[in-house]
Design a protein around this ligand. Sequence first.
Ligand code: AMP
Length: 242
Amino acid sequence: MRKYVIMGVQGSGKGTQSQLLAADLDLAHISVGDIFRWNVQNHTKMGAQVRRVMAAGELVGDDLVESVVQARLTEHDWNFGFIIDGFPRNRRQAEFFLETYDIDAIIVLDLPDSEIRRRVLNRRLCVGCGINYNLIDSTPAVPGRCDACGGELTTREDDTEEALAVRLRTYHEKTNPVLDLFRRKEYVITVDARPVPEAVQAEIRQQLGLSPQKPQDSQDSQNSQEPQESQKSQGSQGSGSA
Ligand code: AMP
């Protein structure tokens, strides 16, 4: 049983790296942002509650976030463990989490703000199947159309200059201090997120003491992750775009 947390600013590749690790180790990939996005896209009551906050790049309230995480983890579909992405994001969430679960490692993806801006503003999402593209190195064959389903590619509502500025500030002010808390209690590894996704994955595995990834796993994972129904998520993060 392995329990990991992955942290990093939006655009650092958390989704992509989580999916690569989860697919290989049979972990449940739990993305709080994906759960919220699914609710927004499906017009649920929770979606209505979080939509404006998300679009502005702000953090959703702790009570709601904690209940979502708790509900997700009580599904107990994680016999081999889980990797949780996008949580915790502040001190209160971290304390709540550490009280409840023994975490094996915190994976921190490190990326300069300038590169984050470049990645996030070039990110596109298929409205049909949720695959992510970026217009830097995974452009679709037909501009504006998904290679897999032909759906329209749109920009995520929170991938704007304004929302990004808020998210970066929030990350530096609220999420970075969480790392100090983790460093005292847990096993934190920091990985340079600038290289291509496969190289970042190899570095994560090496630092976690795992064997190198089998070649077919990296092939499968390139821009082709199916959203996981059990996570009620749409918009899995594709190659280098998360
Ligand atoms: P993400 O895809 O992880 O960047 O999350 C997208 C958005 O969902 C964030 O900008 C927040 O509005 C919200 N969100 C996701 N995770 C959390 C969290 N742990 N705490 C508060 N808000 C969150």
